[in-house]
Each structure stands twice: as structure tokens, then as C-alpha cells.
Design a protein around this ligand. Structure first.
Ligand SMILES: [Fe+2]
Length: 211
């Protein structure tokens, strides 16, 4: 039989990258247009450093089945757009019943999660803390520190990513903002609209789960 070969990868916490993986993508600030509340502040970042790397992901994909596990490392630069901390685009898994684990390796972050019916969970994470992101939760990470946020992640290889679910509801329900006292505060996103019961049912039914 042809059993899958084991693979050894090495994480460099310093560079925030997985070595000996097979995947790498970068997002520049230009790629994050429309995510932040403060349009003028975002424009000034674009004027300065539109093509700088906002975050990058290095990964290893052993195969494409549910029983294969993708693993990788994400590195996000620190900073804010106005008062809003830098974030990743965020998604729900296209096969919604697939979970994910994230482990913070360095920096401080928030795993921002939102259920299809609009519940919010914010999990603050420091080094060597692990967050289990359960099936069906929309998720993104937010860098609330003043250094790179480096996280290890792993999820079933057939999870897929649906990024549009966030855009369709006007963003995620809350924004993670500087509280002016060295910390963060979650503020309501006034553009957010909840998903309809039909939308929620479609997400569950797509994964073969009865609503
Ligand atoms: Fe994910």
C-alpha cells in the first residue's frame, strides 16, 4: 500500500514561518480594502505602504481529504487603522462542520469568532495558549500587541474557506478597538446585519446538519 509519508516541518518563531511546507501566501494592506471602519486612516496607510505585507501564511497540505490535516503558521504585523487593531480577513469553513486549532507562538491576539446566528466570542491569547475554534464559527485573528502575532494552526484539509460570508453581513458584529488605556475594547459594528434564518439553515444543510 502507498501510505502517506510522514513530514517534518520546522517553525521559525522569529520569522513567523513554517519551513519545509508547500504553501505560502501574503496579504498586503491593499488586499484588505473595505475591512476597516476608518476609511481615511486606511487611505493614509495605502498612501504609505500599500504593498507591504499585512500578514502571511506558510503551510503544509498532505492531501485533500477530511482525514488529511493542513498545518501552518500565520504571521501578522502589529498596528492599527485609526483605533482598530490589525486583523486577518476571516472566514467560515466552506464545509462548515470542520473545526480548527490555533496556538499562539508569540505576540498577543484575539481569536474573534461569530456564530452563523450572530453570537460573538472573543478569546484573548498569549504565547502557548491554544484556542479550539469549533465547527460553524466564523473566525479571524486580531493583533492587539505591539509585535508580530505568530500562530500555529491546523484544520481538516477539505475545510475550504468562504470569505464572502463576512462581507455579506457588512463585516463581523464587533470591531476590536484601542481603548485608549493600553488595552482593547469590542465596539459594535454599525454596518453589521444579522444573517437570516434561511441563511443559517443553508450553512447547516450544506454540511449535512439539520437546522
Ligand atoms: Fe479557518
Amino acid at each position: 500500500m502507498n501510505f502517506t509519508e510522514p513530514r517534518l516541518c520546522t517553525i521559525s518563531v522569529t520569522t513567523g514561518m513554517l519551513e519545509n511546507g508547500d504553501g505560502h501566501y501574503r496579504k498586503s494592506y491593499r488586499d484588505l480594502d473595505g475591512l476597516y471602519a476608518d476609511r481615511a486612516a486606511f487611505e493614509s496607510i495605502l498612501a504609505d505602504r500599500a504593498d507591504d505585507i499585512a500578514y502571511e501564511v506558510t503551510s503544509y497540505t498532505p492531501g485533500g481529504k477530511t482525514s488529511d490535516m493542513i498545518l501552518g503558521v500565520t504571521r501578522m504585523a502589529p498596528g492599527k487603522v485609526g483605533r482598530e487593531y490589525f486583523l486577518t480577513r476571516g472566514h467560515i469553513h466552506a464545509n462548515g462542520d470542520r473545526p480548527e486549532i490555533y496556538q499562539t507562538l508569540s505576540g498577543r491576539g484575539i481569536m474573534q469568532m461569530e456564530s452563523p446566528d450572530g453570537e460573538v466570542r472573543l478569546v484573548e491569547m498569549g504565547p502557548q495558549q491554544v484556542c479550539y475554534v469549533p465547527p460553524f464559527w466564523i473566525h479571524r485573528s486580531v493583533n492587539i500587541g505591539d509585535e508580530d502575532l505568530v500562530m500555529f494552526f491546523s484544520y481538516p484539509a477539505d475545510s475550504g474557506q468562504d470569505y464572502s460570508i463576512i462581507a455579506r453581513s457588512g463585516g463581523m458584529r464587533v470591531r476590536i478597538m484601542d481603548d485608549g488605556k493600553g488595552g482593547w475594547v469590542a465596539e459594535d459594528n454599525t454596518a453589521w446585519r444579522n444573517r437570516s434564518p434561511e441563511d443559517v439553515r443553508a450553512i447547516l444543510e450544506n454540511a449535512g446538519v439539520a437546522a
